[in-house]
Design a protein around this ligand. Sequence first.
Ligand SMILES: C[S@@+](CC[C@H](N)C(=O)[O-])C[C@H]1O[C@@H](n2cnc3c(N)ncnc32)[C@H](O)[C@@H]1O
Length: 425
Amino acid sequence: MLVFTVITIFPEMFASPLGHSILKKAQEKALIAVHLVDPRSYTTDRHHVTDDYPYGGGQGMVMKPEPLVAAIEDIRARSPHARVILLSPQGAVFNQRHAARLAQEKELVLICGRYEGVDERVKSFVDEELSIGDYTLSGGEPAANVVIDAVARLIPGVLGNESSAVDESFVNGLLEYPQYTRPEDFREMKVPDVLLSGDHERVRRWRREMSLNLTRERRPDLLATAPLTQEEKCRTLAVQAPLYIALLHYPVYDKNGQVVTSAVTNMDIHDIARAGKTYGIKGFYVVTPVKPLQKLARKIIDHWQEGYGSQYNATRKEALALARISDTLDDVLIDVERESGEKPLLVVTSARAGEKRASFTALRDMLRNNTHPFLILFGTGWGLTEAIFSQANYVLEAIEGTHGYNHLSVRSAAAIVLDRLLGQY
Ligand SMILES: C[S@@+](CC[C@H](N)C(=O)[O-])C[C@H]1O[C@@H](n2cnc3c(N)ncnc32)[C@H](O)[C@@H]1O
């Protein structure tokens, strides 16, 4: 049995939620018990005062520490292992994982604040603080009811059908698939055929697929921690849009603001190709009009594609298979269009902060929800020129660190950009 002991100045607020349906039955079956403790009974003054004015001034009242702490200590003296939780908007946001953890306990003490909250010093006597969401309630009672409900239904025997707690939203880290009941046809909206097929394996696969799609669409944040197979990860987390990247060595600025051609470097080719392969990029263009530099780039790529490097390191061979050499940006645009069937949307990157930048989140959403090809440009030297900026469909916001230093190498910047746009968050 799991005992919930609720410390509240409004015990009546629990009568209805606990007096019906599943929670009522759980108490009748002695799977849970709920004790309500009024902190007023721990006051020593004649008027049973539980609140007082805030030090430092300001509106409202604050719950006094003495009655609350006396109640906690009394409960702890009787149940030393009780886990004491303060419901508070400043706590960790309560979720299914918290519920599963708390369902393992023998006794939970839930403290409901009121007014402007509880005296800060009460927090030294609790094990944790939990919030039920990013909004402010008038008191902890609705929050305590939420915690009791979510925890109790995980206790074996509380739900009539044990498996219903296994399939539900959040239990497996995903949102639940759509459910249907009779009639088969409601206002010309039909129940999906697969659910009428009687083929359990097909139904299971359909439900999993729906769950994944719904979660991807509505709560992509859940996908980062949901247990997915490798194949599901590729399918669900991969962006829809074919994504290409290009490293421009011309036209770029030098430190005096002159338009120049920069040198091709071995490390950029390797590292950007490897980052590109990690994040599922379709092609990585090394752009320079200078023939000897093209020859150098070709030599590096061929070494790992066909030469000794290809036998020495197979994964490097895989990454460098993405690398292509082009004379100009126009050639890249033509090549991407030829391969993907559409002219790509051009995204330029820059270390300089500026107005009208597409945020990483906005571009991430576009890549997830679009099937149109995108080409992201990275500049060498002191950055891409105005002429290139003027061709862009989007200018991506700059990567900003935390200490004002803003001189990343292009290969580091490319890795960070790819992770922000395509990584698992
Ligand atoms: C009006 S609130 C106090 C808000 C407090 N002044 C603040 O801004 O953090 C009164 C009580 O309601 C409860 N409460 C309010 N919002 C909550 C939430 N999102 N989750 C859990 N408890 C909440 C807490 O017990 C809190 O002490």
